[in-house]
Design a protein around this ligand. Structure first.
Ligand code: SF4
Length: 166
């Protein structure tokens, strides 16, 4: 059985919910694969060895960085899902004129934070990523196509389509 993990970093969890919304396709996928790690939906805490890891969210905290490095180490294929994971997302588009320190003070006042916070980065800036499925949230058809291809031992192919035509 192929072991799949769905991992959330900093994001709104919308991409993970979109994966859950794939209902019929997901039940077919799960005839061939085991959902070995999915903390949003199951009581999972430790990242196991995985064949395929789907990573949502940007790398925005020390914890995100540790988690994504562990996932990369334990996974044969890593797919970044959604625009947060592929590009950093809305949280990466902050105004660079304000320092991160100033922003944290504005939002959280003098509260002591328990997490070390970084400027949000795409997953590929921290670990090697095999495929990227952008979109906010990710496109369900692209997700199903990618996972089905990988389950069948085929490399998914994403043609580059020009946005503008002459
Ligand atoms: Fe949420 Fe959009 Fe980020 Fe997905 S890409 S986690 S839907 S903000």
């Amino acid at each position: 059985m192929v072991r799949i993990g769905i991992v959330g970093l900093t994001g709104c969890s919308g991409c993970q919910c979109e994966i859950l919304n794939c209902e019929e396709a997901l039940s077919k996928i799960l005839q061939r694969a085991e959902l070995a790690f999915f903390p949003l939906a199951k009581d999972d805490h430790t990242v196991p060895e995985l064949d395929l890891a789907l990573v949502e969210g940007s790398v925005s905290t020390e914890l995100d960085e540790e988690k994504v490095k562990e996932v990369r180490k334990k996974s044969k294929v890593v797919v970044a899902v959604g625009s947060c994971a592929c590009y950093g997302g809305v949280q990466a588009q902050r105004n660079d004129e304000a320092s991160l320190k100033e922003m944290l003070e504005t939002v959280y006042g003098g509260e002591k934070l328990f997490l070390k916070v970084f400027k949000p980065r795409p997953v590929s800036e921290v670990v090697r990523v095999d495929y990227e499925l952008p979109g906010c949230p990710l496109d369900k058809r692209q997700f199903i196509y990618t996972v089905a291809s990988l389950l069948n031992g085929v490399k998914p192919f994403f043609p580059k389509i020009p946005v503008c035509h002459e």
